[in-house]
Design a protein around this ligand. Structure first.
Ligand SMILES: Nc1ncnc2c1ncn2[C@@H]1O[C@H](COP(=O)(O)OP(=O)(O)OP(=O)(O)O)[C@@H](O)[C@H]1O
Ligand SMILES: [Mg+2]
Length: 263
């Protein structure tokens, strides 16, 4: 089983939306997919799952993970995640996706430490940059930039002789318009990702088609009979498929047919 962790220390970069699209795309390709949502107060993905179930659309299974007792630290969460992974493997899951919250919390760190692939979402905004990399300018700098987490995970991997995990920095919620500020953020991300050995990729464009997903359960990947197929929906479908292709390649996942998955 492969584990994908979706993270960023900046809220609203589209982690949960990406988790919904990616987990649906993998499910539609025949991979048995489990989603762990760490956002347990609002549970957007549980709602997404319920909506798909109601609409009779195939869906990933969504669960949350509760670490009870005291104040669990990173090691406690690592134990919890390992137990969850063993159980998921026993139940025949191919992929587990962890959708994290935008804060430096033990469970978020633990989720990054156990991933085969981390996807860090970022939008083309300078504020997102300050959450990621150290800056020397006036202080918009996050007290703990995401770069520190990348460092921590790399050191942990080296100590454990793990060199086989991937890391995508995913430019997400992109605007259709090309702007100077967007270009400048992208250039800075290019040099940051080169220095940290992270792959810079494009994620989802900012589109209406993604906005209603948590309320309807319907993603741009679903071909719903009777619904008009607009150009923007097809573009969303193409970019989602492109993204899932990159994820599968990085994890060495070979496409399955639905028949073989059901067997
Ligand atoms: N590609 C997109 N196109 C249009 N709207 C989007 C897209 N991605 C996310 N959104 C919208 O942006 C808002 C934030 O998205 P989302 O909840 O996925 O971000 P998040 O990173 O999970 O946020 P948080 O840090 O609060 O968990 C939501 O209203 C969502 O519908
Ligand atoms: Mg979220």
């Amino acid at each position: 089983m492969k584990v994908i962790t979706i993270g960023s220390f900046k809220g609203g970069t589209g982690k949960t939306t990406l988790a919904a699209v990616l987990s649906t795309a993998l499910t539609l390709r025949g991979f048995k997919t489990l989603v762990i949502e760490l956002e347990t107060s609002t549970k957007p993905l549980a709602r997404f799952e319920a909506c798909r179930d109601f609409a009779d659309l195939s869906h990933p299974n969504v669960q949350d993970l509760l670490c009870s007792g005291g104040q669990p630290d990173v090691k406690d969460w690592q134990i919890m995640f390992r137990q969850e992974m063993t159980e998921a493997e026993r139940r025949g899951y191919d992929v587990m996706i962890v959708d994290t919250a935008s804060v430096w919390k033990p469970e978020v760190i633990a989720a990054h430490l156990m991933a085969d692939l981390v996807i860090t979402t970022v939008t083309e905004s300078p504020i997102d940059l300050y959450q990621i990399m150290p800056t020397s300018g006036p202080s918009m700098q996050a007290s703990r930039p995401y770069a520190q987490l990348i460092d921590l995970v790399r050191r942990h991997a080296a100590q454990n002789n793990r060199h086989d995990f991937g890391w995508f920095m995913c430019i997400n919620r992109r605007s259709h318009l090309r702007t100077k500020v967007g270009d400048s953020v992208r250039e800075q991300l290019e040099s940051f990702t080169e220095n940290t050995n992270v792959d810079l990729i494009y994620g989802l464009v900012d589109r209406v088609g993604y906005r209603n997903m948590m309320a309807t359960g319907i993603t741009p990947l679903d071909d719903v009979e009777g619904e008009p197929v607009q150009k923007s929906l097809l573009a969303a479908r193409t970019e989602s498929n492109r993204l899932v292709g990159k994820v599968m390649l990085s994890l060495g996942l070979r496409a399955k047919t639905l028949e073989s998955a059901a067997a």
